[in-house]
Design a protein. Structure first.
Length: 341
């Protein structure tokens, strides 16, 4: 519906029956949301308002219950203007002192960050960050409540993407599929057009970390449209066999790397530059969108900033960036060249 309304507005403008629409406040001409508008899935690709495949490149927050200080006007300005990020993934943990402790408060925090991303022309990826326990059905009722609220509140926005289960683990694909087919209709009832991303088995590895592969999803997909599947990797731990899976799966499934790290799966250890570069080159080649873990100053090598950075106002210079942050800023800040025809 949003795409049809946008097309109607364009036609009216061409006919001289109305004035051209302006981008939303803060979303200056040329920002990712201004150029691409409402996104949708076409075939195996994420596509823009011109039905052309696009790749979004951006950063994920750390848990907003722990690192809220890192997401202020200065840091978000830096992310949009210096890093030239296309999206902000908002990691809202459900357990671990997250949503379950204060549903109204965390819903409000997520909505506030959606607005901040919109004002800067970035897409907002709302991440229902389930991790422990790994079966998303444990949080089914919470998910329905949360997504009913945020979908109704943000349905009029063009910049929102919903990630309904972060890293399912210790659970079958059929159980994950069942969860998705109960949560997605809740979102669709309020926001019928937004892209929804479903986590996959084995910590969103398409089952590879559980000894399986993408065939279980290909053979038994979620019964929904405008849907993508999450894939996560940590470059020092997940290498050739994981890349081979993504290369195969990308021709059959719409994939979105909603989280990845340049280090080991623990979030620590040395950055693996060779593997990270191989991964990012592959994602660029396949036009698979990604968000890096994390835009934070956590005391771990996966963080983009050195500890203490979020107490100041500099989020871009070499003095505050970690090795991982330097690599990601250099990759993300290169031109997007989004197609418009």
């Amino acid at each position: 519906m949003k795409r049809l309304l946008a097309l109607l507005a364009t036609c009216l403008t061409v006919l001289g029956l109305t004035t051209a629409m302006s981008p939303p406040a803060g979303a200056a001409a040329g920002t990712p949301v201004d150029v691409n508008g409402q996104l949708h899935v076409c075939g195996v690709n994420l596509c823009n308002q011109y039905d052309r495949p696009v790749q979004l490149r951006g950063m994920s927050t750390h848990g907003i219950q722990w690192f809220g200080r890192c997401y202020n006007a200065a840091s978000l300005d830096a992310l949009a203007n210096d890093w030239k990020s296309d999206l902000l993934r908002i990691a809202m943990y459900v357990q671990e002192d997250g949503y379950e402790t204060d549903p109204a408060g965390f819903t409000s925090r997520v909505n506030g960050l959606v607005d901040e991303a919109e004002a800067r022309g970035m897409y907002a990826l709302i991440d229902f960050h389930t991790l422990t326990p790994g079966d998303p059905n444990f949080n089914l009722d919470r998910a329905k409540t949360f997504f009913a609220s945020v979908a109704a509140r943000n349905a009029g926005k063009k910049n929102v993407i919903y990630e309904i289960a972060n890293e399912p683990n210790g659970v079958s694909w059929s159980a994950i599929k069942s969860y998705a087919e109960q949560v997605i209709p809740v979102i669709r009832a309020a926001d019928p057009d937004a892209v929804v991303i479903v986590g996959t088995r084995g910590w969103s590895s398409l089952g590879v970390s559980d000894g399986s592969d993408e065939s279980e999803v290909v053979d038994n997909p979620v019964d929904a449209t405008n849907l993508m599947y999450a894939f996560h990797f940590y470059a020092a731990s997940h290498k050739d066999s994981y890349r081979a899976t993504v290369s195969r799966a990308a021709s059959r499934l719409p994939l979105f790397v909603t989280e990845f790290g340049t280090v080991s799966a623990t979030g620590g250890g040395a950055m693996d530059q060779a593997s990270t570069t191989a991964w990012l080159d592959l994602l660029d080649q396949l036009k698979i969108s990604y968000a890096n873990w994390t835009y934070s100053d956590a005391d771990e090598s996966s963080a983009a900033f050195r500890p203490g950075t979020c107490e100041g106002g500099d989020y871009s210079s070499g003095g505050v960036l970690t090795e991982s942050g330097t690599l990601l800023k250099n990759r993300i800040s290169t031109p997007d060249s989004f197609p418009t025809s």
